[in-house]
Design a protein around this ligand. Structure first.
Ligand code: COA
Length: 156
């Protein structure tokens, strides 16, 4: 079955479903629904979602949430605050497409550099970031339960 993928701005009514996925994916470091609301309300943030639609279904009700990315930008510097794809949607290029969308948004805001932090054990995310030009420049020891945060940045 063919599926198509779309990326759109994320709306407040998407946040409950996203927070539920977030809790399953990130466990003790997940963002709460309240935190998502607070970030959405901040100036200088942007949230995008990926959805997949199966061929033959024209209804928007059939679009399944596949992932999301949250960015912030101020003073020429952007942060990749969080990014994830749902478990069912992994390995299909959706994370790459979401990251491209977030980086394009940061460029439009005038950012010259993008920062992020990632769990040192998270091989798939680190590979995704490295393939987009991110380089490690530091570490926060024991930032996550039992692991360092790797600090990465990319010039836009
Ligand atoms: C990291 C994550 C967003 C990647 O999303 P995805 O949709 O599966 O990624 P894509 O299919 O677009 O793959 C893009 C690149 O990511 C890397 N990657 C993805 N899955 C990987 C895996 N299992 N092992 C190693 N690298 C992997 C590869 O570099 C891949 O490029 P390639 O296909 O050319 O090899 C996804 O695994 C995820 O949501 N993980 C849980 C949440 C998370 O860790 N977020 C990051 C927090 S810092």
């Amino acid at each position: 079955m063919n599926t198509t993928m779309t990326i759109d701005e994320l709306h407040w009514w998407d946040l409950t479903e996203i927070a539920e996925h977030d809790a399953r994916i990130f466990g003790p470091t997940a963002w709460t629904l309240g935190y998502y609301w607070a970030v959405m309300a901040q100036n200088g943030t942007a949230m995008f979602k990926a959805g997949t639609t199966s061929a033959g279904s024209g209804s928007t009700a059939d679009v399944a949430l596949a992932g999301w990315v949250v960015m912030s930008c101020a003073g020429g510097e952007a942060d990749l605050m969080t990014i994830a794809t749902t478990e069912a949607a992994r390995g299909q290029g959706i994370g790459r497409a979401l990251l491209d969308t977030g980086l394009d948004w940061a460029r439009i805001q005038g950012a010259e550099v993008v920062h992020l932090e990632v769990d040192e054990r998270n091989a798939s995310a680190r590979a995704l970031y490295t393939s987009h030009g991110f380089e490690e420049w530091g570490r926060r020891p024991d930032y996550y339960p039992g692991a360092d945060a790797v600090l990465m940045r990319a010039r836009l």
